[in-house]
Design a protein around this ligand. Structure first.
Ligand SMILES: Nc1ncnc2c1ncn2[C@@H]1O[C@H](COP(=O)(O)OP(=O)(O)OP(=O)(O)O)[C@@H](O)[C@H]1O
Length: 611
């Protein structure tokens, strides 16, 4: 479960907001047009054609009826030519209508799919640009989630808006016919349908509020569902016998949803039935008037059929349009989340006149009174940091859990910018350097590195994805990190699928995964390599070898190592001890031991454990 959501019942959308949300539609249609101009244009054209069909058919029906009546009134030999022409015309129109509606559905589906894919790609592109700390902000995260989840809704919205326009045109055609006969019939129509519209809007708002109120509970439900049945959780669920507890929690929540939904739906549908009766009464009042006028001889039988048909269709179209209006505005409100998400801009961006990243680094990184605190946190995760990471130096960071080691390396890799002070690289602020080059020249393997459910070679290549096809580079990197031996043992070698999610995937042990992750570090020729607890799961021999190799393989390069094992730490040139985010001491292993400070204390503590 991710973030707390808004309070139940919030936000209650009113009519004004609904109308305001419609302003997102032009931007939406620009997006649709960009996705496929060709399909959009054809779709629009066919829909205009389709919208004239109902009137054409009703009118042909009238012609047929009038012709039949005329023929029954005349005695003697008669020509059927006209009648068959009309029938053929109506037959043609029927066929054209169903063909058109098929083609329109087809294009809607294709276009919807393309729009969904195009939007997903844009969301991914935009998310990739954004800063790490933006992902840690709950309001941002909610927005991203909603922008992402509504992909399917947008496909529906597309055809809804198009159908809405099409129906409005059809109505204009039909209304023109009715208007010529009797304008007040139109008035009657509006009066009989409008209450249903207000009822629909009212219940839609209520439903939106209900859905909003349930968002965080729904997430909890999804989370419990995931806990209850997934490859990653099954082990603990079995060992701790959690399934009954989880099922109980799931049932309690889902029962509550069911209860809320039932209450809502019963009220909603009861009112819908009532308003359908009102609408029906309106229609029959009008129909009676038309019948009476026909009996009086003012209208032909054909007119009766035409007007009755027009009125009936107009009523159901109007009802449909009004009801659809609420769901269109609903969709437009969700669009607002999407466009607001696109408007979020990253702060860590490529500088206007970027300085090329030095190659080689001459002086190194200088921390000048660097301080950093996380968003929504009052505590400084790092503060008053003053030290130099010299070019070519191997620096180890030690400190207790939460001391700020990972935060420090995130600052070094410019995943965050300092809140206080600055970091200089060869005399210039890190913020002035080309960001793309910086990402290439600073390699980081985090303690919570990703275990991609992909092949061994893809898992290594993510360290430098441009070299995905470079087998030699991948195997060399694997040899350096000792992942090669592991790959050779697997049935599929480098093409072996890892993880259990996909066909014939195999899972690895924690240490084996670390070897794979370490290989990523060797995939690029970075000048600064940061390893955040890279060997915590390796056995003693593997760890020893990794570090012997590491020193050798990173000769002339700078490196930062985070580790809780002092056997690893002591191999570094210097060691920086952090305490509550601040620098406690810095020096070589021997210097720090001689000083008898915190490092010496921690070192002896760990050494004691081995005696
Ligand atoms: N994304 C975050 N948002 C808010 N606070 C955070 C975040 N990440 C870390 N912190 C806090 O910042 C402080 C420093 O965390 P950091 O991860 O740098 O510690 P660390 O020394 O690497 O710890 P460990 O040895 O457990 O890995 C901690 O108090 C932690 O709770």
């Amino acid at each position: 479960m991710r973030r707390p959501n808004r309070k139940p019942g919030e936000p209650d959308v009113n009519f004004k907001e609904r109308m305001a949300a419609l302003r997102n539609l032009p931007a939406f249609f620009r997006l649709v047009w960009q996705t496929s101009p060709w399909l959009t244009a054809v779709n629009a054209l066919l829909r205009i054609l389709q919208s004239a069909m109902p009137l054409a058919m009703l009118y042909t029906g009238k012609l047929i009826l009038d012709e039949v009546v005329r023929m029954t009134q005349i005695k003697g030999e008669q020509s059927f030519l006209h009648l068959w022409e009309f029938v053929a015309l109506e037959f043609g129109l029927v066929i054209a209508t169903s063909a058109l509606s098929r083609v329109i559905t087809l294009i809607d589906g294709l276009l919807g799919e393309q729009v969904a894919n195009h939007t997903s790609v844009r969301i991914m592109q935009h998310a990739a640009m954004l800063d790490l700390d933006q992902f840690e902000d709950s309001a941002f995260y909610d927005k991203l989630e909603r922008a992402r989840q509504q992909t399917q809704g947008r496909t529906v919205l597309l055809s809804q808006v198009l159908s809405q326009v099409q129906d409005l045109i059809t109505m204009a055609f039909l209304a023109a016919g009715l208007l010529a006969f009797s304008p007040w019939l139109i008035l009657l129509l509006v009066v009989s349908v409008v209450p249903a519209f207000f009822s629909e809007t009212y219940f839609n708002d209520k439903f939106y509020a209900l859905a909003w109120g349930q968002t965080s509970d729904r997430r909890e439900l999804d989370y419990i569902r995931y806990l209850g049945a997934s490859d990653e959780t099954v082990k603990e669920v079995k060992i701790f016998n959690l399934s009954d507890y989880l099922i109980g929690r799931f049932k309690r929540l889902s029962d509550k949803f069911y209860h809320d939904k039932k209450q809502f739906s019963v009220r909603y549908h009861s009112w819908a039935v009532f308003f359908a009766i009102v609408g029906g009464a309106g229609y029959y009042t009008a129909y009676v008037f038309i019948i009476l006028d026909t009996v009086r001889g003012n209208l032909s039988i054909g007119d009766l059929a035409f007007l009755g048909g027009s009125f009936r269709q107009l009523r159901s179209l109007l009802e449909g349009v009004l009801i659809r209006f609420t769901s269109v505005t609903q969709g437009a409100i969700y669009l607002r989340d999407l466009f607001e998400f696109f408007e979020i801009q990253p702060r860590i961006i490529q500088p206007q006149q970027a300085r090329p990243f030095p190659d080689p680094i001459r002086e190194g990184f200088v921390f000048e009174n660097v301080g950093f605190k996380y968003l929504n946190s009052e505590r400084w995760a790092n503060r008053h940091l003053n030290f130099t990471l010299h070019a070519g130096e191997k620096l180890a960071l030690v400190g207790e859990n939460g001391a700020g080691k990972t935060t420090l390396v995130k600052l070094l890799a410019r995943l965050y910018d300092p809140v206080e002070g600055r970091i200089l690289l060869d005399g210039h602020d890190l913020r002035e350097y080309d960001l793309v080059q910086l990402r290439k020249q600073v390699g980081v393997i985090f303690q919570d590195f990703l275990r991609y459910q992909m092949t061994v070679s893809q898992n290594i290549a993510v360290g430098n994805i441009g070299e995905l096809e470079n087998e030699e580079m991948i195997t060399t990197a694997a040899r350096k990190s000792m992942a090669d031996e592991l790959a050779q043992r697997l049935p599929g070698k480098y093409e072996q699928m890892l993880g259990r999610r996909f066909h014939q995937g195999v899972d690895l042990s924690g240490g084996e995964w670390q070897k794979i992750a370490l290989a990523r570090a060797y995939m690029k020729d970075a000048q600064l390599l940061i390893l955040d607890e890279p060997t915590s799961a390796l056995d003693a021999r593997a760890e020893y070898e990794v570090f012997l190799r590491f020193a050798d393989l990173t000769k002339g390069k700078s490196a930062v190592l985070i580790s809780h094992r002092f056997s690893t730490v002591r191999m570094a040139d210097r060691i920086l001890v952090l305490e509550s985010g601040e620098l406690k001491e810095i020096g070589s292993h021997d210097e720090l031991l001689a000083r008898g400070g915190r490092y010496a204390e921690l070192f002896h503590l760990q050494a004691q454990g081995y005696r």
